[in-house]
Design a binder for this molecule. Structure first.
Ligand SMILES: Cc1cc2nc3c(=O)[nH]c(=O)nc-3n(C[C@H](O)[C@H](O)[C@H](O)COP(=O)(O)OP(=O)(O)OC[C@H]3O[C@@H](n4cnc5c(N)ncnc54)[C@H](O)[C@@H]3O)c2cc1C
Length: 306
């Protein structure tokens, strides 16, 4: 099969208004960085995802699934093959148990939108998630968390598509959720949807917590600049931002990328940053922190196209 063949086959199976070629990934990452995806398909439908994956397998074309691109650094050279962007918004009540109500949410739904909606309806458990700008699928992959809460606390199951085309319903334990970790990427699963268990709470207290956390984020985080959130995972016994600050790296800049002056745990795009700028900055920060404190900072940000 030639290159042109797989692209024309994708055009046959996927709706044209949600299919793009040479699509700049800078448009689809919160870093606002990244060269073109050779092919970019948007969907939130399990059968469409399966059709795209099957086609890529048959044609030997590489593919990657992304959510809202809020934890991604994409190469300046872009991404070969197909990027499947899960985007949509579907949530429904899905039973109850143990004094909780269950909600099934599609992977492409924005986590913050879902969390705000259930908080408004008086459910407690996802207040921590109202300011996390990822999709539900991305949040399961990363076991996203903040302010003492994490996805694994209220996840009942996630439906995943396996490499051999099965759909499995897996618990937080089976997904091996721990601090910013799951086994989804290593097992090449695709998260299709997730079920969360939430309790009815005091609407006033829920609103107060949500407002308080939003104020904290605005106060402490450089939300006025493009970024991918915390660049590094929290090393055990330390805070990445404090280590970086203690190395004198507050405001340290490589090209358009900068260690945020407001929060040293964030690398920001000051304008026109390239992926190479960010990589250079990450490497320099890692070396300095390792030299000074003997701690190797592990990126939380995921790399695509390198
Ligand atoms: C301003 C800001 C604040 C942030 N604050 C927080 C925070 O408080 N806590 C926190 O944990 N994170 C935070 N983040 C990081 C980010 O929002 C989370 O990691 C989020 O869970 C990523 O979701 P996403 O949909 O954007 O995933 P993406 O960035 O699109 O993808 C992340 C990884 O998941 C994979 N992936 C995505 N969807 C799927 C799927 N359906 N199936 C299989 N693999 C998939 C991708 O291939 C990639 O490896 C912040 C980011 C920003 C920009």
């Amino acid at each position: 099969m030639t290159q042109a063949d797989w692209k024309s086959r994708i055009q046959e199976v996927h709706p044209s208004e949600r299919l793009f070629f040479d699509e700049p990934m800078a448009k689809h990452t919160t870093f606002r960085i990244g060269g073109p995806a050779e092919c970019y398909a948007v969907t939130d439908d399990a059968s469409e995802i399966q059709a795209l994956v099957n086609l890529c397998r048959e044609e030997g074309v590489s593919y990657t699934v992304i959510g809202n691109g809020s934890n991604l650094l994409v190469s300046d050279d872009g991404v070969k093959g197909l990027v499947i962007r899960l985007e949509g918004s579907r949530m429904e009540e899905a039973g109850s148990g143990d004094g909780t109500v269950h909600f099934r949410v599609s992977a492409g739904t924005l986590l913050s939108g879902f969390a705000k909606s259930v908080c408004r309806d008086g459910y407690t458990g996802l207040e921590f998630a109202t300011g996390i700008p990822g999709s539900v699928g991305g949040a399961v992959v990363m076991n996203a968390g903040a302010y003492g809460g994490e996805i694994k606390d209220c996840l009942v199951t996630a439906d995943v598509l396996t490499k051999d085309g099965q759909v499995l319903s897996l618990s937080a334990e089976q997904l091996d959720l721990s601090y910013r970790h799951s086994n989804v990427t290593e097992r090449e699963y695709i998260v299709l949807s997730a079920v969360f268990a939430l309790r009815k709470g005091d609407p006033g207290a829920i609103k107060e917590t949500v407002d308080d956390l939003a104020a904290k984020r605005k106060d402490k985080q450089p939300l006025e600049y493009p970024s991918a959130g915390s660049t590094f995972k929290r090393p055990e016994g330390y805070f990445a931002g404090k280590l970086i600050d203690d190395c004198g790296l507050r405001g340290f800049t490589v090209g358009g990328a900068q260690v945020s002056e407001k929060h040293c745990g964030f690398v920001i795009n000051r304008g026109g940053a390239t992926a190479d700028d960010v990589l250079g900055l990450i490497g320099a920060v890692q070396r300095k922190v390792l030299d000074r404190f003997g701690v190797l900072l592990e990126p939380e940000v995921r790399f695509l196209g390198f």
